[in-house]
Design a protein around this ligand. Structure first.
Ligand code: IMP
Ligand code: MG
Length: 178
């Protein structure tokens, strides 16, 4: 599997530091409040499980499945929700947990959808962002780091459902998907 990786972009150690810093900001901002972390499946599961254990206030979790991708590496722009939340978020403090914001299509429609359910607050926490690919503007309240326009895998991120189990974030060799 590692043979398909061109370069390690973010090491395990750096990921850990990023997740710790993000959790500290959230802990600070939501002191004495209760929050719901909403993970977007499947890419956010690894990030979710790590950040969750660094949150130190009452906290519940839920998941959604949304996709703007076809089978390739390009966003289709059409966002499909195939699993919605199982809890009511009205008057709740919601933080969406996402692996990466690319075109912004997925997140802008999810934010819009959830905003209409009248949460007390709605924030976005994303581990990665590829600003050069943005089609729709999305405000990322808590961001791990920006990355260049390269297709990355690992730490939950996949190509064709593979590589999610890599403990680091690496650039996939283009010959794998070209
Ligand atoms: P967006 O709607 O274009 O912002 O797409 C966001 C989703 O596309 C993310 O949640 C990922 O699942 C997927 N994605 C975007 N870029 C990458 C990447 O470099 N590697 C793996 N998945 C990606
Ligand atoms: Mg995703």
């Amino acid at each position: 599997m590692n043979r398909d990786i061109q370069e390690i972009l973010i090491s395990e150690k750096r990921i850990e530091e990023m997740v710790t810093a993000l959790a500290e900001q959230i802990n600070e901002d939501f002191k004495y409040k209760e929050i719901i972390l909403v993970g977007l499946l499947k890419g956010s599961v690894v990030f979710m499980s790590d950040i969750l254990r660094k949150i130190n206030m009452p906290c519940s979790i839920d998941f959604m499945i949304a996709s703007s991708y076809g089978s390739g590496t390009m966003s289709s722009g059409v966002v499909k929700i195939s699993k919605d939340l199982s809890v009511d978020i009205e008057n709740k403090n919601v933080i969406i947990i996402e692996d990466i914001v690319d075109s912004g299509n997925t997140l802008s429609s999810i934010m819009e959808l959830l905003k209409n359910r009248n949460p007390a607050s709605l924030k976005l926490c994303s581990l990665l962002s590829k600003p050069s690919r943005r089609v729709k503007e999305v405000k990322i309240d808590y961001l791990g780091t920006e990355i260049p326009d390269e297709f990355v895998v690992g730490y939950g991120l996949d190509y064709d459902e593979r590589y999610r189990n890599l403990p680091y974030i690496g650039v996939l060799k283009p010959e794998i998907y070209l």
